[in-house]
Design a protein around this ligand. Sequence first.
Ligand SMILES: Cc1cc2nc3c(=O)[nH]c(=O)nc-3n(C[C@H](O)[C@H](O)[C@H](O)COP(=O)(O)O)c2cc1C
Length: 399
Amino acid sequence: MPASGYADRLCLLTDQLKKQPSGATLCRKFSLWIHNPFRKMNPLLQPYQLGNITLKNRLVMSPLTRRRAGEGGVPGEMNALYYAQRASAGLIIAEASQISPQGVGYMNTPGIHSTAQVEGWKKVTAAVHAEGGLIFLQLWHVGRVSHSLLQPGHALPVSASAISGGDYITTPEGKRPMEVPRSLELSEIPGIVEDYRKAATNAMEAGFDGVEIHAANSYLLDQFMHSSSNTRTDQYGGSIENRCRLTLEVTDAICSEIGNDKTGIRLSPSNIRYGMDDENPAELFGYVIRELDQQKLAYLHLVEPMLSLENHPHMIPHVARHFRKHYTGTLVTAGNYTPESGKQTVKAGDADLVAFGRLFIANPDLPARILNHAHLNAPDPDTFYTRGPEGYIDYPYIS
Ligand SMILES: Cc1cc2nc3c(=O)[nH]c(=O)nc-3n(C[C@H](O)[C@H](O)[C@H](O)COP(=O)(O)O)c2cc1C
């Protein structure tokens, strides 16, 4: 029952009680309950039970690539400080991190495939845990959103099919058009699944509380799912079931390795960036979300459309609201939320948790600011991807 309907009924009941001789005491109790400050608390600031872990609030820090890893994609002290500053989030999802040297698409992003990277991440998880925070790691293979200048041995990037993303990529030699990727051989696919599985094991060794599979935003798993980027004719192409096979195999492998309750997944059903499109996104994502629902994952994380869908009328405008009915587990929603719209989304039951990206970049103490109705710092896009501490660890806290 919606909260307002419930309150209306209580008022009716109160009025009826007032008319009865013994109703006065009960009325006072009702009145105390109705005016209890806890009830009025912002639902975003209420704790949430996520499997075996208790989140202190329903604010999630979105995964945010900041391109400030050290040599060899190894996180260091500055990264640890950045995440520790944001430990008051109910849950931090640390930035996309490549599962293999082939999974890289941007300079200075972290990885989770080498021993040095695992050691580097240990500093981050220890710093977050010392501040009472919880942190998952997003696992990433970019597929065709890369360039041979970034790839080991200058090999071509790989994808579901040999179709370019049609955009530009920043390489050590400047901006370059995306190349036509190499279509993965059927025999290579078990190796990709294995890389994800190993990366999840590494993440747990590094002290993360869980992992998020990055199956969103135009990267490899998304490239397999969408019909515009997958024209394969084997068991990984063609039907919706075939196109979703890799994502579901990766999910299975990670769940059996680290546990379903430590595995989340991110999808972006209305994403059109880097040439992504699908004939029938409602059917495609309806299928994969129903399959994922059976896995009893830690959560499903859905991204709302980030670009105008004016020329894409078949895309879904309100993603979380649309797919809520297909998913019975914890649903996280992300994309252009303000504290107010996030609160209304949770109140309406469209999602359980709300992820904030740019607001967490600029407001390390976002939960405290929401609680105190404090002014929010504005994020500075010019420093999103620069190398130093500026725009990274120097956003002010409320005093
Ligand atoms: C600087 C920046 C880096 C991002 N990096 C990632 C990433 O690593 N993984 C991911 O899934 N999304 C990434 N995103 C998307 C965010 O997680 C989020 O979905 C998006 O910013 C919308 O949320 P917001 O409106 O609260 O910022 C990035 C966005 C920004 C602005």
